[in-house]
Design a protein around this ligand. Structure first.
Ligand SMILES: Cc1cc2nc3c(=O)[nH]c(=O)nc-3n(C[C@H](O)[C@H](O)[C@H](O)COP(=O)(O)OP(=O)(O)OC[C@H]3O[C@@H](n4cnc5c(N)ncnc54)[C@H](O)[C@@H]3O)c2cc1C
Length: 397
C-alpha cells in the first residue's frame, strides 16, 4: 500500500465500490477506505431494486431472493393492488450484493483498506489515524451524514427521513408483491413497507422529520399489517435504523473533491431508493474523473453531467414528495379512489418503473385527468394556510 493515489474513496458502500471499479479499470491507482471491518455490514436497506440495477452489477444468482410483480397499497380507508406481467422489483441480499461489488472493485485493481476511519480531508490528502494519504481526486462515498460533504461546506439535503426496519419471519401477505402503507397517522410524509424475501419480510417505515418518532411509526406499521392479517406474530430477527437523505444539493464537487451516492443525496424522493442513482452517479463520476486526470476538463463537469441525467427525475420526485407531505388522509383517499379504478391501475401496472416514476405521470394524467385537480388542491390548501398565517400574524390584539 502506497501513500499516494490517483483516486482515494472514503466509504466502501455501493457508490464507493462502483466508482472504484470504474477508475481502477481505467488504470488509475485507486484506494477505498472503509471504517467497518468488512464490506456490506451493517445493512441499512430494504433491498428492493429494479431489474436494471441488478443487471448493472450482475451478481451471482443467490443474491436475488425474490422478484416482485406489483404492490398492495393501503391508504387510510381506500386500498388497491396493481400487478404487472413481469418483475418490476428484485429483492436482494444487500450484504451479499455489496460484497460482490467490493470483489468487482478489487478484481479491477482497486485497493481496499478496512477498519480505517477517515478523520479529515484537506485539498490533496486524507487523514486516516496518524497516516496521511495523498490523492489527485478525493471522493466522498461516505453515506448520508457524509464527513466529506461537510468538509466541502455544502449544505446537507432538505430532508433526512429517519427510518426503522424489522426483519419479521411470520409474513402471511403476498410473496410476489410489496405492500405499502400510505397513511399520515402511521408514517407521516413517507410510507410504511413490507418487502417479502422468501423467509419472511422486511417491514419498515420512514417519517418526515419533526412529525412522529420513527419508533412509534414502525410500531403502527406492524400493527396495521397485523390488522389486515398480512403478519402473524411479532417475532423479529433483526432491527435496523437509518436515515434517508432527500433533496438535491446545490453542489456535488469542489476543487478536487466530489461526493456520490447518499453523501450527495442522490436518492429517489418518491421511493427513498438510493442504489440505482448511486450506481448511475458513480459511473458518471468515473467519466468526469478520467477527464480531469487526463487534463481535459474540471471536476464541475460531474455536477453538470449528473444534473443533465437526473435533474428532471429528481425534481419531479421532489414535487411529488412535497405535495404528499402536505396532504391529509382525506386527500390521500380521494387520490387512491382514482388509482383504484381498473383503467388507472392498469396504466400503473403497464408503465410503473421504480427508477423513473415521472414516466408514469403522462399516461396517468391522460387516463385520469381528475388526478391533476386532486394534487392541485394540495398546493391550493398550502397557499391558503400560508395566507391565513400571514393574516393572523398581521392582526393586532
Ligand atoms: C431503512 C432503509 C431502507 C432502504 N431501502 C432501500 C431499498 O429498498 N432500495 C434502495 O435502492 N435503497 C434503499 N435504501 C437506501 C440505500 O441503502 C442507500 O441509498 C445506499 O446504501 C447508498 O449507498 P452509498 O454507498 O452511497 O452509502 P452507504 O451504503 O451508506 O455506504 C457508505 C459507506 O461509507 C462508510 N463510511 C462513512 N464514513 C466513513 C469514514 N469517515 N471513513 C471511512 N468509511 C466511512 C460507511 O461505513 C459505509 O460503508 C434504504 C435506506 C434505509 C435507511
Amino acid at each position: 500500500m502506497t501513500d499516494s493515489y490517483d483516486v482515494v474513496i472514503v466509504g466502501g458502500g455501493p457508490a464507493g465500490c462502483r466508482l472504484a471499479e470504474g477508475t481502477a479499470r481505467k488504470g488509475f491507482s485507486t484506494l477505498i477506505i472503509e471504517e467497518h471491518p468488512s464490506i456490506g455490514s451493517p445493512v441499512q436497506c430494504a433491498g428492493l431494486v429494479s431489474p436494471r440495477t441488478v443487471r448493472m452489477v450482475n451478481p451471482p444468482g443467490r443474491v436475488v431472493l425474490a422478484e416482485m410483480v406489483g404492490a398492495d397499497v393501503f391508504g387510510p380507508d381506500i386500498s388497491f393492488t396493481f400487478q404487472a406481467d413481469d418483475a418490476r422489483g428484485m429483492v436482494i441480499d444487500r450484504r451479499a450484493f455489496d460484497r460482490h461489488m467490493g470483489e468487482r472493485a478489487l478484481k479491477a485493481g482497486a485497493e481496499l483498506e478496512l477498519h480505517s476511519s477517515v478523520m479529515s480531508i484537506d485539498k490533496g490528502s486524507v487523514t486516516v489515524g496518524d497516516r496521511t494519504v495523498s490523492a489527485s481526486i478525493i471522493v466522498g462515498a461516505d453515506g448520508a451524514s457524509s464527513m466529506v460533504r461537510r468538509s466541502m461546506d455544502v449544505p446537507g439535503p432538505k430532508y433526512l427521513f429517519p427510518s426503522v426496519q424489522y426483519d419479521m419471519p411470520d409474513w402471511k401477505g403476498p410473496l410476489d408483491r410489496v405492500s405499502i402503507i400510505v397513511d399520515q397517522d402511521i408514517a407521516p410524509g413517507f410510507f410504511g413497507w413490507a418487502i417479502p424475501h422468501g423467509e419472511g419480510a422486511r417491514i419498515g417505515s420512514a417519517v418526515v422529520p419533526g412529525s412522529i418518532a420513527a419508533g412509534d411509526s414502525i410500531a403502527l406499521t406492524v400493527k396495521k399489517f397485523r390488522d389486515v392479517s398480512y403478519l402473524g406474530s411479532e417475532a423479529t430477527t433483526s432491527i435496523v435504523s437509518g436515515t434517508i437523505p432527500i433533496g438535491p444539493l446545490s453542489r456535488i464537487s469542489s476543487g478536487n473533491t466530489l461526493i456520490v451516492g447518499d453523501a450527495a443525496a442522490q436518492v429517489k424522493p418518491v421511493s427513498g431508493g438510493g442504489l440505482y442513482p448511486a450506481l448511475t452517479a458513480a459511473d458518471i463520476a468515473v467519466g468526469s474523473i478520467e477527464g480531469v486526470l487526463s487534463g481535459d476538463t474540471v471536476l464541475r463537469e460531474y455536477d453538470r453531467a449528473w444534473k443533465k441525467r437526473f435533474h428532471g427525475e429528481l425534481s419531479f420526485g421532489m414535487k411529488a414528495r412535497e405535495a404528499f407531505i402536505s396532504m391529509d388522509n382525506a386527500n390521500i383517499d380521494r387520490l387512491f379512489r382514482i388509482f383504484a379504478r381498473d383503467e388507472v391501475s392498469a396504466v400503473i401496472s403497464k408503465h410503473g418503473d421504480i427508477d423513473h416514476p415521472s414516466r408514469l405521470s403522462g399516461p396517468l394524467v391522460k387516463t385520469a385527468p381528475d388526478i391533476v385537480g386532486e394534487v392541485a388542491k394540495t398546493y391550493l390548501g398550502d397557499a391558503l394556510k400560508s395566507i391565513r398565517k400571514k393574516l393572523s400574524l398581521g392582526k393586532k390584539d
